[in-house]
Ligand binder design. Structure first.
Ligand code: HEC
Length: 208
């Protein structure tokens, strides 16, 4: 299992152009957040693609609505990081709304992209104080890809059935009108630090 995981990590890094060496990178505290994000991304995009091909975007809504939060919860329980996906605008305000710190970082990511930086290069780590005390945070930009436009692009281009289904599930949907390449949001990881030691041995749920 671990072999498969490292292979996925390796291939993912290769695909993102992040690595050229021929051996898998060691799993260290530095690479851990991106390894977790890669697992999230690969599982979700694999299932999303399959559901889109099998039943089109209306059928695939369930993947984003049920599976995405389920993957986040499972990874949070497995790793001790609170794993979330946030949007610059949101479809589901209960799960996807950025907090103040995330909002500022997303604005920075957006202006760095406007200045020509590639979204794949935008990740950042920080130690900050919040309501939980001292926490370690990690944010990795999510760009809008072609595959996202069916559900997050121009609503005028959406089939009526999709528009109706989205309006039914998300009456306050803000996550439409995205352009290809625009910043869509970020993967956001957070965990508590006590006495300088990460609390990874005590996994916490993202929905306490
Ligand atoms: C089949 C339609 C569909 C497609 C395709 C799709 N999404 Fe979504 N997306 C949704 C739905 C539905 C939600 C709300 C999920 C929930 O209820 O938590 C969502 C939520 C999100 C969120 C969380 C923030 C928010 O707005 O609530 C992000 C980030 C996101 N999508 C990014 C993407 C990206 C990036 C792609 C392309 C790789 C993509 N989506 C493709 C339907 C879709």
């Amino acid at each position: 299992m671990l072999d498969g995981f490292l292979k996925n990590l390796f291939e993912g890094l290769l695909l993102s152009g992040g690595m050229t060496a021929m051996s898998p990178p060691p799993l260290t505290p530095e690479t851990e957040p991106d390894a977790i994000i890669l697992r999230y991304q690969q599982e979700l995009s694999g299932q999303l693609k399959a559901a889109m091909q099998a039943g089109g975007p209306v059928a695939a809504i369930g993947i984003c609505k049920e599976l995405a939060p389920a993957i986040a919860t499972r990874l949070s329980q497995e790793t001790g990081w609170q794993v979330r996906r946030i949007g610059t605008r949101v479809r589901n305000p209960e799960l996807g709304l950025p907090d103040a710190w995330e909002q500022e970082r997303l604005a920075e990511f957006a202006s760095r992209m406007a200045a020509g930086e590639r979204p794949e290069a935008l990740g950042l780590r920080a130690t900050v104080e919040d309501a939980q005390g001292r926490v370690e945070r990690y944010l990795r930009a999510i760009p809008t890809q072609a595959a996202c436009l069916a559900c997050h692009g121009d609503p005028a281009a959406q089939p009526e059935a999709l528009r109706a289904a989205l309006a039914h599930h998300y009456p306050h949907d803000g996550a439409i009108g995205y352009q290809l390449g625009e910043l869509r949001g970020a993967f956001s990881l957070k965990r508590g630090i006590r006495n300088g030691v990460a609390e990874s041995s005590q996994p916490t749920s993202p929905h306490p």
